[in-house]
Every structure is written in C-alpha cells, then in structure tokens.
Ligand binder design. Structure first.
Ligand code: PAF
Length: 289
C-alpha cells in the first residue's frame, strides 16, 4: 500500500493507476470504522485499484462545530486500510487543498438547504466543493459513499450529473452495530448512556417501517410516529423526523416504497442522523450489553 501526503504525489499515483485500469475512490475524513471498510472492500471488488482519501474538510464544518476535535488517527486508519486492501492512501494537507485565495464553492440551492442543510448552513457547499476537488485530483472510475449520509449521496449524484463528471457514484448500504446504531465516526463522542439514547433514532425508523409495511401511507402519520418516539426517548424534539422523496427531498402526502424516512437529533455532545428507505428490511437488532 502506498501512502502519499501531497497533492502532486496523490495526483501522480492516481494517474498511474488509471493509466493501466479502473480506479475506485473512497473519500473519507478518517477515524475509520467498519462502514468505511465496507466501502473499501466493495471498491476492491469492482476496480483494478483502490484509493482512499483522508481529509477532514474544514469547508463543511460550521464555525461552532467539531472541526478541531473531529477524531484523527492516521496510524490507525492506515493499518485498517492495509487490511481492507487499499492500494493508495492519500492524506491530503489542508494548506494545499485550500491555498490562500481559494474562493470557489459549489452549491445546489434548495437541495443544500433542506434537512441537514437547514441545521448546518453551508455544509453541503463544503461537501460538494471538496468532492469535486477530490474527483479532479484522483480522476476515479467509480466513487463510493455510504447511504448513512443519504442527503450527501443525493447532492453528489446531482453534481456528477449536472456537471457531466466522468465518474460512477456507488452508494453502499448503511453499516450498523449489532444493536442497530448506524456506524459513524462521531459515535466515538458518545458515553454508554448516550449511545443507548442514540438507539432512539433506529427505533423511530423501525416504527415508520413497521407502520409502512402494515399499510400506513400517510406521510404525516409516519412522521408523527417517529417524532413521538424521539421526543419520548430523548426528552426533546428531534431536529427533524421526515419522510422525503429520494430525488429532491420533497415531502409527498402519501409515502411510496423507496421514499426515505430521515431522522436527526442531538444526543449528548453530538448530533446523530440516520435514515431508512421505506419498504426495505430494517433489523431485527440485538440489544446491547
Ligand atoms: O462523508 C464524509 O466523510 C465526507 O463528507 C466526505 C464525502 C469525505 C467529504 O469530506
């Protein structure tokens, strides 16, 4: 496995792999967990070579968010990536990614201001800008993202289509711990009690799925059921608990298979988010220790 730490070296290493075959890219912010490794293994299966970028992107954090304390563990990440079969690990330096004078931002208007975008103004402009840069630096054949960040997958796909980017976006299912909690680098912030509280999110999604499977189609009823569970378990209202269309986050009066139940709520020192495409199987999960 090659490790590179400059943009020039990253560009050259990716170009050399691309010259002789397909390249799968897994963009990450590090603090890797099994969810990321699943993306790497899928990229391994589908491409001749696999590159993983590790870059905590300052552009996608708000002024009072956790950019400074976001977990960083380069040695641990490199060891996990070696085991998962990555060929290139690219630790990208912030001063090269955003040199003085860098002002260009990608944005998609309403798609970037709904849901997570409402809670985190500017977040998706930061995500789109860095993902576009990573695609330009690495020129991947395919790029891999987790469904856990559902809104991110939608805006990235939109960008690729709108800007005719020659890359295939592959979205992989959310990985969950045995108790159902969606894997996330930010779970590291949670105490055991907060972790148990965080299960409210998957419980709410499970209830929406149960009602949907039993024939409930009213979006308002599905949302109310999720909100009730979140309020009950977390003792404060969620940031959102909604059923949205997977294309543009509009909220249909009647839910259809494939519409996505999305939830986000503050839990302890962090915000957790999760989602589930209605009609698909969710669980059962085993209770934690
Ligand atoms: O999902 C993430 O980890 C980040 O948003 C990404 C795609 C690596 C861009 O910084």
């Amino acid at each position: 496995m090659e490790v590179h730490r400059s943009l020039d070296a990253a560009r050259a290493a990716c170009a050399s792999r691309r010259a002789s075959g397909t390249l799968g890219l897994v963009p990450t912010m590090g603090a890797l967990h099994e969810g990321h490794l699943t993306l790497v293994r899928r990229a391994r299966e589908e491409n001749d070579a696999v590159a993983v970028t590790v870059f905590v992107n300052p552009l996608q954090f708000g002024p009072h968010e956790d950019y400074e304390r976001y977990p960083r563990d380069e040695a641990g990440d490199a060891a996990l990536l070696e085991g998962a079969g990555a060929d290139l690990v690219l630790f990208l330096p912030a001063d090269e990614m955003y040199p003085p004078g860098h002002v260009t931002r990608l944005d998609q208007g309403a798609l970037c201001t709904e849901l997570e975008g409402a809670a985190r103004p500017g977040h998706f402009a930061g995500v789109l800008t860095v993902v576009c840069k990573l695609f330009n630096i690495c020129t991947p054949t395919r790029a891999y993202f987790g469904h856990k960040d559902f809104q991110q997958t939608v805006v990235v796909r939109r960008m690729v289509e709108d800007l005719d980017m020659p890359v295939e976006v592959v979205v992989c299912p959310t990985r969950r711990d045995p108790d159902g909690l969606a894997m996330s680098s930010r779970n590291a912030y949670l105490s055991p009690a907060e972790r148990a509280e965080g299960l409210a999110l998957v419980t709410a999604l499970g209830e929406a799925q149960r009602l949907f499977a039993a024939g409930e189609r009213s979006r308002a009823a599905l949302e109310a059921a999720m909100q009730r569970i979140l309020l009950d378990r977390l003792r404060r209202p969620a940031d959102y608990a909604a059923v949205v269309s997977p294309d543009d986050f509009s909220r249909p009066e009647l839910a259809h298979p494939g519409d996505v139940a999305v939830v986000a709520a503050p839990v302890g020192p962090t915000r957790l988010l999760d989602n589930h495409a209605l009609g698909a199987k969710l669980g059962p999960f085993s209770p934690g220790p």
